[in-house]
Design a protein around this ligand. Sequence first.
Ligand SMILES: C[S@@+](CC[C@H](N)C(=O)[O-])C[C@H]1O[C@@H](n2cnc3c(N)ncnc32)[C@H](O)[C@@H]1O
Length: 262
Amino acid sequence: MKIKILTIFPEMFDSVFSASILGRAREQGLLETEVLDIRPFSDRKHQNTDDYPFGGGAGMVMLAQPIHDAMAAAMGPDFHGKRIYLGPRGQTLTTGKARSLAREEELILLCGHYEGVDQRALDTCVDEEISIGDYILTGGELAAMVLTDCVARFIPGVLGSAESPEEESFSDGLLEYPQYTRPRIWEGLPVPEILLNGDHAKIRAWRRQESLRATLRFRPDLLSSASLTPEDLRFLDSLKRENVSLDEKSCREEESPCSREN
Ligand SMILES: C[S@@+](CC[C@H](N)C(=O)[O-])C[C@H]1O[C@@H](n2cnc3c(N)ncnc32)[C@H](O)[C@@H]1O
């Protein structure tokens, strides 16, 4: 798969694209990346890429012309893929989105800066807008790195053979179970016994329950769209009952805002 990035800060990508799994994927030819500097495409005298906003207001807006020309150069004569603008009003990046983008032959990622990009460039040069969350970054570069990293994990062969992007948090709609490594006892804290006995069916069942427990605790909103078995639902019910009785117990035993309200 090929990912091209259009940016006015190409130097930001060097270390991220050279290290760790992304670096290895590039070395193995599984992922090809090309970072294009938008500045040389500007037809302005000093190759500037931004100007004041029409209508007034703070900050600068990226010019349409250099983006249009840089995009045309990045696409070449036979582009087959998706052109994406990283921007806060786009659809939020999810595991599902990353999985489907990994099936594209090529992605071109446009990074905005300053107050954003002239809307006419977005209207004519972009297929889709993607946000990495409900907050504002100073530029689209970090978002493009996040998207590249997340998509690359779904390219066949990028993760080692033992790893699977489908066994991580969010891949089946749930968060991941807790992980442990050596030593068996650290600072008096033991690893759960079940992980040490080599019974893979029991380990799988324990992990499923711990995934459900973590999701209920940290992201209960995910449970409504996760695919759950009747056994999962029974386990969740038992957790909820346990929590309610624990809450009631602590209200009875302690001076707490809860007992004061009663
Ligand atoms: C300071 S932001 C511009 C924000 C814009 N004025 C607004 O209020 O929506 C500069 C650039 O950062 C990138 N950016 C900021 N937040 C982002 C987010 N949550 N996801 C993806 N890209 C983002 C976009 O490319 C944007 O053009």
